[in-house]
Design a protein around this ligand. Sequence first.
Ligand code: ATP
Length: 250
Amino acid sequence: MLEIKNLIVQIEDKRILNGLNLTVNKGEVAAIMGPNGSGKSTLSYVIAGKEDYEVLDGEILLNGENVLEMEPDQRAAAGVFLAFQYPLEIPGVASMTFLKATLNAQRKARGEAELTTPDFIKRVNAAATQLEIPKDMLKRALNVGFSGGEKKRMEILQMALLQPSFCILDETDSGLDIDALRIVSEGVNALRSSDRAFLVITHYQRLLNYIVPDTVHVMSSGRIVKTGGKELALELEANGYADYRDSEAA
Ligand SMILES: Nc1ncnc2c1ncn2[C@@H]1O[C@H](COP(=O)(O)OP(=O)(O)OP(=O)(O)O)[C@@H](O)[C@H]1O
């Protein structure tokens, strides 16, 4: 599904990804853990198509298609979704309006008919109920004045509506209280399916008790330096990253 080969990326002459290789298969939940500054968010931004990054070498293929040649909206239409570490606030745009416009823009890009308002409302309400998002919150400007945990829930609500095939969660657990962590994780788990893949970036093994990964990758200095099963996260929790800092790619 997603294949990254020898990805080398810099920003303002600073090299951040240094020949990164990563494969995530359909149906797989892959976690990435790694020290601060190892390039995890950069990787997620480069996959989603954020500007500013200079790709010097390598490729990113999504179902065989070259993602690096696509504009960000084309990537989204192709199924890439990034749940941000710091979700954006959009003053003046009601969450409901934003969600409907985003969903219909994607459907249009895929050549599908726009959803009617009743159909859309039915879908939003179902997803909001599951994520315990009060309906009146959907009338408020997107993320403006939302707590950290509410913003993260809104990200998962977007994901539930858009039904992307490749979902990246960038530190979705940061700032969540215990109940919100469970709710968000259940929202994510409900979307797990054999034709969808997840890349879960996290600092804490705790999230992976809720969203149990198939694979765990360790990232250090812009490369994947170790890959294992879910037990690798427990090992990291116990021992830290000392064994992996500045190590060569495994
Ligand atoms: N615009 C920028 N200009 C200069 N350096 C940058 C810029 N953006 C990111 N970096 C640097 O790139 C490196 C990787 O940052 P990134 O946010 O990808 O790491 P991370 O692994 O997600 O870290 P964390 O775990 O702290 O969130 C850091 O050293 C960061 O300072």
